[in-house]
Write a protein that binds this ligand. Structure first.
Ligand SMILES: [Zn+2]
Length: 252
């Protein structure tokens, strides 16, 4: 059984001390496919060689919407394009809009989001989308670019998910579904077409256990919860999600 983590930050400083052990635990748990998100030189340097060691790893590079406070110059987009090409990145991301944590950089976020969607369209790459309190703007922006990809850490309504799906996006859920009283994402997961669903950890972030670092190996708990919610076996779910994952990268 192959488990896929469609969004993890393996290059994060939080893994600097034991990255190889984290990757070994991940592979032992069956998490042999993953989208490794790199939003800084540090993160990219830490993982760019891992992809050659683990064939199931795919690389995504971006300027993160929360990282525009100090520098929002166009030179960053030029550099990003070089990074994407030099490292043969498989996707652009995470990119998007975060009006929740960074409302003050809204205008820069919009510029960088559009520039990264344009880059993805130009290079024929899928995108990984970060959207917080910005669903309507995210949707309207995505409509303008002929790209497909993944909506990361989704927490919105079923109706909004349907609109993203219509544009060619798949919807990825994280550990928030493990929290007690997480009825809203569970209700969305229960209704979603099986081809549209993906799962992720966002490790080292979004740990379901306060104070504990999240790891890609922990995605098994998310798979188990979703297999209960949808009433399918773990094997069936894993096979479907692997197919969904592979199709994100087809024709790209
Ligand atoms: Zn992330």
């Amino acid at each position: 059984m192959v488990l896929v983590d469609t969004h993890c930050h393996l290059g994060s400083r939080q893994f600097d001390g034991d990255r190889n052990e984290v990757i070994n635990r991940m592979l032992s748990a069956g998490v042999s496919k993953a989208l490794v998100i790199c939003c800084s030189d540090h993160d990219l340097d830490a993982v760019k060689d891992q992809r050659d060691l683990v064939p199931g790893f795919r690389l995504a590079c971006s300027v993160h919407p929360q990282d525009l406070e100090d520098d929002s110059s166009p030179a960053r987009i030029v550099k990003l394009r070089e990074d994407v090409l030099r490292n043969r990145a498989d996707a652009v991301g995470e990119t998007g809009l975060d009006y929740y944590s960074h409302p003050h950089t809204k205008q820069a976020q919009k510029r960088f989001f559009e520039a990264q969607l344009e880059m993805a369209a130009d290079l024929g790459l899928p995108v990984n989308i970060h959207s917080r309190r910005a669903a309507a703007d995210t949707l309207e922006t995505l409509k303008k670019y002929p790209v497909k990809g993944i909506i990361h850490s989704y927490s919105g309504s079923y109706e909004m998910a349907e609109l993203f799906i219509k544009l060619g996006y798949r919807i990825s859920f994280g550990a928030s579904i493990l929290f007690k009283g997480a009825k809203k994402p569970a209700a969305v997961i229960a209704r979603l077409p099986e081809q549209s669903l993906l799962l992720e950890t966002d490790a080292p972030y979004q740990s379901p256990v306060p104070g504990r670092r999240h790891e890609p190996a922990d995605i098994l708990a998310i798979y188990e919860a979703v297999s209960r919610i949808r009433g399918v076996s773990l094997d069936e779910l894993a096979a479907q999600l692997e197919e969904n994952w592979e199709s994100v990268f087809q024709n790209s």
